[in-house]
Design a protein around this ligand. Structure first.
Ligand code: FES
Length: 182
C-alpha cells in the first residue's frame, strides 16, 4: 500500500491490499457519486469538494456511516480523520441512521419569533423523542434546521421534500398522521 493511502487507511489494521480497499470503497457508491468524485479529483483542489461529496453520500444513504466516510477518504485520498472531522463538525450531517420521515423544524430567526419552539416541543411530545433522536419504530427522526429559506412562511417544518408552512402546535398531530398514511 502506498504511503498516501496508508494515511487514509480506515482502521490502521486493515489487512486488505490497496486495490481491494479501493474496489471495496467503489462498491459502496452508486455511479453518480463515483463520477462526481472522479470529477473532483481532476480539480486543482479536490478537498474543497469534500462537503459536497458528503452531502451526496448522505442524500443517498440517509446518513454518513463510518464505512461510507472511510470510502470517501480512500477515493478522494483525504485522511479519514479529516473526513470524519468535517462530518461531525457540521450539524447538517447525520452520523446515525435516520427514520423514514425526517422532520426538520426550523429554528431560524423568522421561525423562532413566530413560535417554532412550541412547534418543536409539540413534535417532541407527540413522538416521544428529543431533537436528534429517532423513534423506536424507525418512522420519525426529529431535527432542528437553521433557516430553510422560506422565512415568509414561518414557522416552517420540512418533512422529506414537503414544506409545511405556518405550522402551529395544534397542527402537529395532523402532520404526523398524514406522514403515517404515506
Ligand atoms: S427562519 Fe425558518 S425558514 Fe427562514
Amino acid at each position: 500500500m502506498n504511503n498516501n493511502l496508508k494515511n487514509v487507511c480506515c482502521s490502521g489494521d486493515c489487512s486488505k491490499n490497496e486495490k481491494d480497499c479501493i474496489e471495496a470503497s467503489r462498491d459502496l457508491f452508486p455511479e453518480n457519486i463515483l463520477k462526481f468524485i472522479e470529477q473532483c479529483l481532476k480539480d486543482e483542489h479536490p478537498n474543497s469538494q469534500l462537503i459536497t461529496v458528503l452531502h451526496k453520500v448522505q442524500d443517498h444513504f440517509g446518513y454518513l456511516s463510518p464505512q461510507t466516510m472511510d470510502a470517501v477518504a480512500y477515493l478522494m485520498q483525504i485522511p479519514a480523520a479529516k473526513v470524519s472531522g468535517v462530518a461531525s463538525f457540521y450539524h447538517y450531517f447525520r452520523l446515525k441512521p435516520c427514520g423514514k420521515h425526517v422532520i426538520s423544524v426550523c429554528l431560524g430567526t423568522a421561525c423562532y419569533v413566530n413560535g417554532a419552539e412550541a412547534v418543536l416541543k409539540k413534535f417532541s411530545e407527540e413522538l416521544g423523542i428529543k431533537e436528534g433522536e429517532t423513534t423506536h419504530d424507525g418512522m420519525f427522526t426529529l431535527e432542528i434546521a437553521r433557516c430553510l429559506g422560506a422565512c415568509a412562511l414561518a414557522p416552517v417544518v420540512k418533512i422529506g421534500d414537503d414544506i409545511h408552512s405556518q405550522v402551529t402546535p395544534d397542527k402537529v398531530p395532523f402532520i404526523i398522521s398524514s406522514c403515517l398514511k404515506k
